[in-house]
Design a protein around this ligand. Structure first.
Ligand SMILES: *Cc1c(COP(=O)(O)O)cnc(C)c1O
Length: 231
């Protein structure tokens, strides 16, 4: 199947699932994760109506942006090193993967320099996987409080990547946990912090994530096919 067909098929599943969950279609955005993929495929997805693209690597993102239409909302979803932040400022719709206070400080600093405010999500390693970045369920509240004081950034919600698993149902507990954390944080009424966004669900588990309240599903393989990292 072409990537256009894949995109439209996933979009259909997303809107059906939202309907089933009694949620409005506007409540969740399908982010097409195009890391490692050539521009031709991104353009195909764009022609099919996709306006939200997710990338993991700063260099790749910065290279792709000027070669694609201007009405795209670019999502940075990969681990971000503080020394790369300056290349990204002003170019993203949302940075999903803020995993330390230090990184938020650097985004704030560079944003202030550019005279803008950058919208961010905080990544939580709810499954406590050793290989993954992120706040823990235990330290996320302190992290949010500290980051809420930083000028130049605005916390809009939480993000997680659940483990790779055979049965997506196994990840339901992690999505529930992230949702609960966002409710707990919201109830603290912290200035400059909103919890309207929940970024969770990938190719293997986005339907489960949607049923647990996801507002951004990040789907790569199911749209663009397997990635080849050998090049
Ligand atoms: C690559 C990636 C995705 C997309 O994964 P697929 O399984 O290909 O859908 C989603 N989120 C993050 C953070 C990623 O790095």
């Amino acid at each position: 199947m072409s990537c256009k067909e894949n995109y439209l098929r996933v979009l259909d599943v997303v809107s059906e699932d939202l309907k089933k969950a009694g949620r409005d279609e506007s409540e969740c955005t399908l982010v097409a994760v195009s890391k490692t993929k050539p521009l031709e495929l991104l353009k195909e997805a764009y022609e099919a109506g996709c306006r939200d693209f997710g990338e993991n690597y700063v260099q790749e993102l910065v290279d792709k942006i000027p070669q694609m239409p201007e009405d795209i909302r670019w999502h940075m979803i990969g681990h971000l090193q503080t020394n790369k932040v300056k290349y990204l400022i002003g170019k993203t719709y949302l940075i999903h993967s803020v995993d330390t206070v230090k990184l938020a400080k650097e985004i704030g600093k560079q944003s202030e320099k550019a005279g803008i405010v950058t919208d961010i999500l905080l990544e939580v390693n709810v499954a406590e996987e050793e290989s993954k970045f992120g706040f823990t369920s235990e330290n996320i509240l302190d992290g949010v409080k500290e980051i809420s004081e930083i000028p130049g950034v605005r916390v809009k919600g939480l993000m997680t990547s659940a483990p790779i698993c055979e049965n997506p149902e196994e990840n339901r507990v992690y999505f529930q946990k992230l949702k609960q954390l966002s409710i707990d944080i919201k109830n603290q009424n912290i200035d400059n912090v909103s919890m309207g966004f929940l970024s969770m669900g990938m190719s293997g588990d986005y339907e489960v994530a949607l049923s647990e309240g996801s507002t951004f599903v990040r789907v790569g393989t199911a749209i663009f096919g397997e990635r080849d990292y050998s090049k």
